[in-house]
Design a protein around this ligand. Structure first.
Ligand code: FAD
Length: 389
């Protein structure tokens, strides 16, 4: 029987020192004011080339990043694997916006696929389109603007990069996530993701698109996408997230005076998220989905649905995912009950993953409730250990 709040399971892999460090960090992150000031100071320190690397390395980097390379993540991967948790290594370096930078990302992920095929607990790989394509081109395509000759060539090269990676993942028996990004480039990403699913998901779900349910248009698009897959005989596969760019999205809508594409409230996003899960479940024969969330209610709703409908816990079309360093109580307890559980482990050199960490910090502002909850669990576990010693 699953008890998501069994903290002895949740933190079984953590030493007292790990817990105390995390406790301090989440105390800082759960305070939106300190969080914002910290992010601003970090940016300023970077702008002035101040030596803040050691500080970052021993704090947020250790908590949220697996290591500088896939090889350096091995101990984390193995540890998770002993608890039945699979790893998704996420190359979290923001690409230099040049064809050379995109080719570097291609090589890095291609090597990651080679690395993954030797590790049974690495069953997924992941790409961000802005790591292999020009943001401006994605934006132009999303606005249905015509590309000039050079842009056409650049875009064709980006499609080739994605295609090489999908093919290589498939050849090595891996699944492939395409992350979702800002709404003003997402239409182009959605279209290319759909093309890849059409090409690679004919026999089983391999390529997964990502839907952000904080968007007010996604439920309709989800229904259309499932229908498209049924009409064209391929498996629809989706990673369901709430969405990581809430602040930027609302800010941009204000700045350019258009109606925000975001849901008006958190409750509405929660409703849309859970509804999306229901929609996928209704078409489970043709659909695979990953519940990528730290939300306890959404997780338990799906777990209960599976139980009520006699779906086995390790159903091949359903998986759960959380980010490294967060919501271990969900990951470890799900995995203990044999649900397919994935942990996204970001990796990359310290300075290069700072933009990722800054996004984490910024994003934390829109989920401070979650940070306080993490903090509460850490303190409860520290107290529990103190009591039994
Ligand atoms: C494995 C994994 C992969 C991910 N991949 C992606 C990705 O590809 N693209 C991406 O964008 N994000 C991605 N995310 C991040 C994700 O979108 C969320 O930002 C994060 O997981 C927090 O949402 P939650 O469901 O975990 O938790 P909750 O704490 O329940 O939800 C917080 C989220 O609710 C939404 N929200 C908060 N306040 C409001 C409001 N006032 N109005 C409307 N909505 C609101 C925001 O999306 C916020 O992030 C990923 C997350 C995970 C765990």
């Amino acid at each position: 029987m699953l008890n998501i709040k069994d903290l002895s399971v949740a933190f079984s892999s953590k030493s007292d020192f790990d817990l105390k460090r995390a406790n301090l960090l989440f105390k800082i992150l759960s305070n939106p004011v300190i969080n914002k000031i910290g992010a601003t100071l970090t940016q300023k320190a970077l702008d002035f080339n101040l030596p803040i690397e050691p500080l970052i390395l021993s704090t947020i980097y250790q908590q949220f990043v697996g290591g500088t390379s896939p090889q350096k993540c091995i101990s984390s991967i193995n540890k998770l694997s002993t608890y039945n948790i699979q790893t998704v290594l996420d190359y979290s370096v923001e690409a230099k916006a040049s064809n050379k930078g995109f080719d570097q990302t291609l090589n890095e992920i291609s090597e990651l696929i080679d690395f993954s095929k030797n590790h049974p607990s690495l069953t997924f790989t992941v790409v961000k389109m802005t790591g292999i394509a020009h943001f401006k081109i994605l934006q132009k395509l999303s606005k249905n603007e015509i590309l000039n000759t050079n842009e056409k060539e650049d875009w064709s090269n980006s499609i080739k990069r994605l295609d090489i990676l999908c093919q290589k993942a498939l050849d090595n028996n891996l699944n492939f996530f395409i992350d979702a990004e800002e709404t003003w480039i997402q239409k182009a990403i959605d279209e290319i993701a759909q093309k890849m699913m059409l090409k690679y998901n004919t026999k089983q779900a391999r390529v997964f698109t990502t839907f952000q349910m904080y968007r007010n248009d996604r439920l309709d698009y989800l229904n259309q996408s499932i229908q498209h897959a049924k009409d064209n005989n391929y498996f629809f596969a989706v990673k369901l997230v709430r969405g990581a760019y809430l602040e930027q999205e609302n800010e941009r809508a204000r700045q350019f005076s258009y109606k925000t594409p975001m849901n008006p409230t958190k409750d509405k996003t929660d409703f849309c998220y859970d509804k999306a899960v229901e929609v996928c479940l209704e078409s489970l024969k043709h659909t695979s989905f990953c519940l990528a969330s730290h939300n306890e209610e959404s997780t338990l709703k799906l777990v209960n649905y599976m139980k009520q409908n006699n779906l086995e816990n390790n159903h091949p079309h359903i998986s759960f995912a959380q980010l490294y360093g967060m919501s271990d109580h969900i990951s470890y307890n799900l995995a203990k009950s044999k649900f397919r559980t994935l942990k996204y482990i970001p990796y990359g050199p310290v300075n290069d993953v700072i933009p990722y960490l800054m996004r984490r910090a910024e994003e934390n502002v829109s989920m401070t409730g979650q940070m306080s909850r993490e903090l509460g669990y850490l303190q409860e576990e520290l107290q529990r250990r103190k009591n039994i010693n």
